[in-house]
Design a protein around this ligand. Structure first.
Ligand code: ACM
Length: 542
């Protein structure tokens, strides 16, 4: 009976208490769980002990102490050697380089009556083990105020766990609607709790440029602002209100540091040569026609794109990427490449001249020429270009990573050619699609229920050899119809539970019934934390 758990989830009949009596309700499901006799109880005298000489472990210990303080009111000590008179319970965080079986991100969590031990080969594993420990505590632990009358008890258990994929991503579009630094940090906390390790921060599009670039100040003076909020998109009303915002370089550094402390790499998304009308409004000379342009107030695909016939386009892109690569230390830089109309290039003397000079037979090859030059530039800086699957047309740049969004064919083709790929087939990973089948009207561009995400298999249709090139997957949150943070949260949960499990848990442990047993407990945690989520009822954003 596959429907039963779905209904149970919808109507909340399956109580949190009943769900917790079985295996612990950890999301994503750990690789191995062995329940033991007894319980561990957190009390005001519990000490967090960390291996000495590891600042990162110390930081994880302090993060855990801070987190536990809100709901319990306990100010737990973080120490690297037990106090001589220590008699209470301990949470030990330790590194063991010899534990090769745990890999770079795995952990072993052992809960005994007097001691919790979180062991990882690397700090990331210890952090993930601490996140699992968090989920073993009652949902009340997620509250921001001290609660009384709750026993902070955890079942004795031995968990061994490591992720299936290296790229466990979540994306957020801050170009269409801007979401500020405070919310972005909260978003990072949400995704870190479920062991996501890549945050694809999508920063530029036709409707807004959201990152300060010192060499090109007009990008944010002009490109970050438009005439119209887009907030009334749900009922089709337009407005002329000035709308916008951007991250300063200090703000970006703060976000990147915040993410790094939670073992998340931020992959910046800078769209080129299409989805770039906001940049063209600031620097119209990068276009074929010379403009003028406005930052776009419509949604869709703008015909105004950068012209690869012009050398100054490459000077601009390289100038931007010089600063972007300074700010984002990760290996991957996402340079878009999707949905680039050819209309302007067909009529542009610059583009046509470039095609003649370079022997390019089509506009597809012209885009490939553009991507290859950008990719070569990034490679020279020791970075890798990621692009949407449109970058395959006309010839793939040698080191490019393909993000396959128009289904899986692009990813399979690229993997077959030996390229690394991230599988984001939109029908299974676009969280801007509605969770509710009945939702109609603007914004309802698709329907993506929870279990469709859960049934995503990133290596589907690939041979074992091709599957080796699958770095992982991610869910995307495009923000045309998401003016508020509550809208983002509503579309994120509970589907992110499913995505986290797709990319972390062993494929053979993905079971509908077991997942649906754990979902209500995850939602109870969000409720305690004051986070919005889809609960089976239609939600009309304000
Ligand atoms: C995309 O959704 N255009 C990548």
């Amino acid at each position: 009976m596959r429907m039963a758990p779905v209904l149970v989830f919808m109507f909340g009949i399956w109580s949190v208490a009943a769900a917790q009596q079985a295996d612990p309700c950890v999301i994503p499901r750990p690789a191995s769980v062995e329940m033991c006799e007894g319980t561990f109880t957190l009390d005001p005298h519990t000490t967090i002990l960390v291996d000495p000489g590891h600042p990162e472990l110390n930081r994880i210990g302090r993060w855990l102490a801070d987190f536990l303080r809100y709901a319990t009111g306990y100010r737990l000590t973080v120490d690297s050697s037990p106090a001589p008179d220590a008699a209470g319970t301990t949470i030990l965080l330790r590194l063991a380089d010899t534990e090769t079986g745990l890999g770079e991100e795995g952990y072993r969590l052992t809960v005994a009556a007097n001691r919790v031990t979180v062991c990882g080969r690397r700090p990331a594993g210890v952090f993930y083990g601490a996140q699992t420990f968090r989920q073993l505590l009652p949902p009340e632990i997620e509250g921001s105020q001290p609660v009384t009358g709750v026993a902070w008890t955890v079942p004795c258990v031995r968990i061994e766990d490591r992720p299936r994929f290296r790229w466990r991503g979540m994306h957020l579009d801050v170009a269409r609607h801007f979401h500020d630094k405070e919310f972005v940090k909260r978003y990072i906390d949400y995704i870190a709790a479920y062991k996501i390790n890549v945050f694809h921060l999508y920063l530029t599009d036709d409707q807004g440029w959201r990152i300060e670039i010192k060499k090109y100040p007009r990008l944010t003076e002009i490109g970050a602002w438009r005439k119209g909020t887009g907030k009334h998109c749900f009922d089709g009303r337009g407005d002329q209100e000035r709308y916008g915002g951007y991250f300063t370089q200090d703000g970006i550094r703060e976000i990147v540091d915040y993410a790094r402390e939670r073992f998340i790499t931020v992959v910046p998304g800078i769209s080129m040569p299409g989805h770039s009308q906001a940049a063209l409004a600031a620097y119209p000379e990068l276009s074929s026609t010379g403009g003028p342009f406005e930052v776009w107030t419509g949604w869709g695909i703008s015909k105004e794109v950068m012209d690869p016939g012009k050398e100054e386009v490459f000077r601009f892109v390289e100038g931007v990427l010089d600063e972007v690569t300074e700010l984002f230390p990760g290996r991957y830089i996402h340079c878009g490449g999707d949905e680039v109309p050819r209309d302007r290039w067909k009529e542009s003397p610059y583009a046509q001249e470039r095609m003649k000079a370079e022997g390019l037979k089509s506009e597809d090859e012209l885009q490939s020429y553009f991507t290859k030059r950008v990719e070569r530039f990034l490679t020279s800086k020791g970075r890798l270009l990621v692009g949407w699957d449109e970058i395959i047309a006309g010839g793939l740049a040698p080191n490019a990573v393909v993000m396959s969004w128009r289904g899986t064919n692009g990813g399979i083709t690229a993997a077959r050619a030996g390229h690394d790929v991230v599988m984001v087939p939109n029908r299974e990973t676009y969280f801007n699609f509605m969770q509710h089948a009945e939702r109609k009207g603007p914004g309802a561009t698709g329907y993506l229920p929870l279990m469709k995400v859960y049934h995503l298999e990133p290596t589907r249709g690939m041979t074992a050899e091709e599957a080796k090139h699958v770095l992982g997957s991610q869910a995307c949150l495009w923000s045309e119809y998401l003016p508020t943070s509550a809208d983002v949260e509503y579309l994120l949960f509970p589907r992110m539970f499913a995505m986290a499990e797709v990319v972390w848990s062993p494929a053979n442990l993905r079971e509908d019934e077991d997942f649906l047993r754990r979902v209500p407990v995850g939602l109870a945690r969000l409720k305690r934390a004051g986070v919005n989520y889809y609960d089976g009822n239609e939600y009309f954003p304000k």
